[in-house]
Design a protein around this ligand. Sequence first.
Ligand code: SF4
Ligand code: SF4
Length: 164
Amino acid sequence: MSSVDYGSAEQYTPQRIDMENLTDENKCDFCSAQCCSYITQQIDTPSTMHEFDVLLWQIAHKGIHIFKDDNGWYLLSMTRCTHLLSDNRCGIYETRPMICREHSSGGCEYDVPINEGCDLYFQEYDAFDAYCRKRFKTWDKRLEKFELARKKSEQKEAEKQNKK
Ligand code: SF4
Ligand code: SF4
């Protein structure tokens, strides 16, 4: 199993309040609604260099993370739910989606950081780029190869035009 790579920038630092008698029932009162501050989407397991290149483009965007756990690969977007109120409570509590209802405060993000238990967790471009470089021997050469092919195709097109 690969080791977890946390990258170097914008480390995920869960809020912790050292309190005695903190329970699953009352801890939401002291939390900044960590469970309502991101979304995840499972993605097809990437295998080709092109698929990893697409992920590299995605993780170049602020707040986009990539992780892999026992269930597969995911994109994670750090984004607060628009229904969160200023006191970190849900503004649509009575009609909130099922996934919110199913989420339990027992062993939630407050206790276990999102990246814990992941085989791989990337938070920034450079860490993912380094992983791809390690995974594909020709990772850096792909750019050169692409530009060369583009040049050739442009030359061919120019030759065609000249013949007309
Ligand atoms: S369920 Fe957990 S992560 Fe969500 S608000 Fe409560 S303590 Fe925070
Ligand atoms: S709908 Fe409510 S419970 Fe669900 S993510 Fe938004 S604020 Fe959180």
